[in-house]
Design a protein. Sequence first.
Length: 245
Amino acid sequence: MIRRRPLLGGMAAALAAGPVAGQPSYDAARRRMVGNIQQLAAAGALGGPRRLSPAVLDALRTVPRHRFVPRDLEGEAYGDTPLPIGHGATISQPFMVAIMTDLLQARSDWKVLEVGTGSGYQAAVLAALGAQVFTIEIVPELARTAEARLAALGYRGVQVRAGDGYKGWPEAAPFDGILVTAGATHVPTPLVEQLKPGGRMVIPVGPSQQLQQLTVVTKDARGAVRTTRLGPVLFVPLQEDARRR
Ligand code: SAH
């Protein structure tokens, strides 16, 4: 269902109102965004040249990113930049979402934990791949907004919880994949514990307020954990819940 908000600001608001009859659709912009992402990946923008999986590119072609940003930024939704979503959080740069999703190698039969729901965009991309998604956000208002948005857009395979993602989601564990979209000073032990043997975690790791290294953590069938660093990235810090200190 498409709800129409009253037009408050004349032409600019009308253009920003989204896929309503008679108003521009963002399909072409979204296709350009995905083309740009492929070029960046091929040029080796992070950790060497990569060809992104067709399933990930298809997922990115379907998720309406403009519905995950504040209304006044809708027109910028398909540029390759992060955008502020309030509470000090940002929706990640589309290229970063693409590369992290690709690195996770999630399949449609996977159960995935995301830490740092933010706008819900990354969760929607994982759901578009067919994964069952559990996502945790420490700012309750962002969690509520993302949950309502994902439901309104019809993403049924996503469960949202407000809380500290450092601790994971023990009742839903173990997970085939874990994606952390905030910068951690170290790989949280509870998340390693909640990863299935054969599973993968993608997480930015580094000193807080500075660049992190995008890191892939794998757990083999015998439970041995391996860590690979791909290159520098910049994320908002993984916050510490007061009760954890
Ligand atoms: N994946 C998001 C962008 C994430 S921005 C998207 O697609 O829009 C990072 C998010 O992590 C912020 O919303 C921030 O509030 C949240 N966050 C920070 N520390 C956290 C923690 N300990 N547990 C859960 N979420 C956390």
